[in-house]
Design a protein around this ligand. Structure first.
Ligand code: NAD
Length: 248
């Protein structure tokens, strides 16, 4: 709908690709002003070129608290208040539990867990009454999947944070929910695995999924926008969009 998000301001971490980009596109097309973040200036610039003048890109690493402080200051200057915060930035670390290194563990938790926690903490002062926060978990957080023990544990931590943040932000009328995507083909796998490992992983995911397919970034974006803007009697929950893999 053309003006569904008119007068709404949104911030999307990791918004230059995949699910984050699809969410930015949905909101901008509906009239919102959107700030997207990421670590690469080139990728961010390419994304804003596709999104148009209602999107602004801020280079900001979610694992860096000074970057998050700078992001909050920039968002305050550019948007003033925020009606929807999408905590979407994340990386997949695929490695058997036995060979996972301390470095892999620390990087995964620094981005996926610490990054999410402080993104919400730093941007919370800008959230308006009735605003929605969406944390991005994963079907992996409730499954015993092969080779993603660190990633899955981090996403389970985010599921817990959705409840705790909901409690603490409720006095301000702010709702916090999680979206739990199943397999979505966005390129995230190829960014963090070899091509062979990614192909194998993808074939396994399709074979085991009740819908026998991957989800699209646009399907997840619609669910995220629903949680942020339409689910006004819902807080602390995790909305599952995974082709049924964790439910059937
Ligand atoms: P993606 O790689 O396209 O998106 C991740 C984004 O996060 C990228 O834009 C990347 O630049 C950004 N990012 C990574 N580290 C960052 C950092 N330190 N600071 C700022 N930005 C950073 O992949 P995606 O599939 O769109 O993933 C989006 C979210 O969805 C992630 O949290 C991911 O864990 C989650 N998820 C994805 C799937 C899937 O199958 N694709 C399934 C479940 C959950």
């Amino acid at each position: 709908m053309r003006d569904k998000y008119a007068d709404k301001n949104a911030v999307i971490t990791g918004g230059s690709s995949g699910i984050g980009f699809a969410t930015a596109k949905l909101l901008v097309d509906g009239g919102a002003r959107v700030v997207i973040t990421g670590r690469s200036r080139t990728t961010l610039d390419a994304a804003t070129e596709r999104l148009g003048k209602n999107a602004l890109a801020v280079r900001s690493d979610v694992a860096s608290l000074p970057d998050l402080d700078a992001l909050a200051a920039r968002v305050r200057d550019e948007l003033g208040t925020v009606e929807a915060l999408f905590v979407n930035a994340g990386i997949t670390t695929a490695m058997p539990f036995a060979s996972t290194t301390e470095e892999m563990y620390d990087e995964s938790f620094a981005i996926n867990v610490k990054g999410a926690f402080f993104t919400v903490q730093k941007l919370a002062p800008l959230l308006s009454t009735g605003a929605g926060v969406v944390l991005t978990t994963s079907a992996a957080n409730v499954m015993g999947m092969q080779d993603v023990s660190v990633y899955a544990a981090g996403k389970a931590a985010l599921r817990s944070m959705a409840r705790s943040f909901s409690r603490e932000l409720l006095p301000r009328g702010i709702r916090v929910n999680a979206i739990s995507p199943g397999p979505v083909d966005t390129g995230i796998l190829e960014n963090t695995m070899t091509k062979e490992a990614a192909d194998r992983f993808k074939a396994d995911r399709v074979a085991e999924n009740p819908m026998q397919r991957f989800g699209t970034p646009e399907e997840i974006a619609r669910a995220m926008a629903f949680l942020a803007f339409d689910a006004t009697y819902t807080t602390g929950t995790e909305f599952v969009a995974d082709g049924g893999i964790t439910q059937l």
